[in-house]
Design a protein around this ligand. Structure first.
Ligand SMILES: NC(=O)c1ccc[n+]([C@@H]2O[C@H](COP(=O)([O-])OP(=O)(O)OC[C@H]3O[C@@H](n4cnc5c(N)ncnc54)[C@H](O)[C@@H]3O)[C@@H](O)[C@H]2O)c1
Length: 335
């Protein structure tokens, strides 16, 4: 079978990981090149992985060995890079969130459909064992009718650099909690209304930039189920990510806030540590999501997370911002 040739664009926290996965872990993929504006970084990653490097996307798009791109640059660059890649006829795997605004998301949907290329958004939790089993159990009717969805999402620390700027990242609702919106939609259904209370409790810098660091989102699904998500930008012991799906015949629990793989016992008791952040928590899921993108392209199928999925979570995040500003429940638009 033909291998799908990739260029990974943006070699920061997540891009470097995608490049390594494509180079070593996916049979039907061939990492052709890595791209970063920081030349030393691009060169060192390329040397380590034994591939070409470029310092701008244009050059990678002219490389005939490149069939697909992974866009892992800061979110505010996604729209233009997706459109450029689509026009060059390359398939696109874009890190979440797809774009910063729903208007940009619509530009992307149009460009991808005009160019007839495939696009998948990297909501990797859908490939994690716990969330996947939960989805299957709900679909089999094991907990009966779903009545509520509850999620706690507490990052160990604040967003770094550009991601602390809401105009570049979409702020807490999009940059952090769009993962939870995606899982809520995927397992329970479309979200119709949100009501948010939020504030600044943790970081002065986040407040100065107009973002929030603790938010509580109460919401309603179109099918009548209730939802609640609390997101915070600090968890001193590690990544605290837990979800419950409560149904008329039972409850599903996903995630844990202690790392069961290591504990330290003494006469004072047993000490468990927290879960490491996303790179470790979701390593298997990052591999599986890229495998599924490669399979979709090679077998000419729709990828499992489409540009419309990308748009929907942005619409929920935008409704959350409006709710905070207006201090009342807001209907999530659907078009
Ligand atoms: N799925 C996940 O779990 C997950 C985790 C982290 C980040 N992300 C997403 O991935 C994206 C990147 O986030 P990050 O934390 O890795 O960012 P980062 O700041 O760590 O890395 C971004 C990289 O892009 C490079 N870059 C900037 N402009 C460029 C350009 N014009 N051309 C090429 N390279 C350029 C930077 O030099 C940097 O190396 C964001 O959209 C973010 O939301 C997703």
């Amino acid at each position: 079978m033909k291998k799908l040739g990739f260029a990974v664009v943006g070699l920061g926290r997540i891009g470097k990981l995608h490049a390594e996965i494509l180079r070593f872990k996916i049979e039907n993929a061939k990492l052709v090149a890595v791209v970063d504006v920081v030349e030393d970084l691009a060169r060192s990653v390329a040397e380590r992985l034994g591939v070409k490097y470029y310092t701008d996307l244009d050059k990678a798009l002219m490389d005939s060995e490149v069939d697909a791109v992974v866009i892992a640059t800061p979110t505010f660059l996604h729209r233009d890079m997706i459109i450029q890649s689509a026009k060059a006829g390359k398939h696109i795997f874009v890190e979440k969130p797809m774009t910063v605004t729903s208007s940009e998301a619509r530009d992307v949907i149009n460009a991808v459909s005009a160019a007839k290329v495939k696009l998948m958004v990297g909501y990797m939790r859908r490939f994690d064992h716990g969330y996947r089993k939960a989805k299957e159990a709900v679909e089999r009717g094991e907990i009966g009718r779903v009545i509520s969805f509850i999620s706690i999402a507490r990052d160990p620390g604040p967003p770094p650099g550009w991601a602390a700027e809401p105009s570049k990242s979409g702020g807490i609702f999009l940059d952090q909690l769009s993962h939870d919106f995606d899982i809520a939609r995927w397992i329970v259904g479309e979200v119709s209304e949100v009501y948010v209370i939020g504030g600044n409790y943790l970081y002065e810098e986040i407040k100065q930039r107009g973002d929030l660091d603790v938010v509580s989102i109460l919401f309603r699904f179109e099918n009548g189920a209730q939802g609640f998500i609390q997101g915070t930008r600090r968890s001193v012991f590690g990544y605290d990510l837990r979800t419950e799906i409560y149904g008329e015949k039972g409850t599903i629990y996903i995630g844990s806030n202690i790392d069961n793989l290591y504990a330290y016992g003494s006469e004072k008791g047993v000490v468990y540590y927290g879960i490491p952040w996303f790179e470790k928590r979701f390593l298997d899921a990052y591999v599986e999501e890229l495998k599924s993108f490669v399979d979709a392209v090679l077998n000419d199928r729709d990828p499992p997370i489409t540009a419309v999925d990308g748009l929907r979570v942005i619409q929920i995040a935008e409704a959350c911002w409006r709710s905070v500003k207006e201090g009342k429940p807001v209907t999530v638009p659907r078009d």
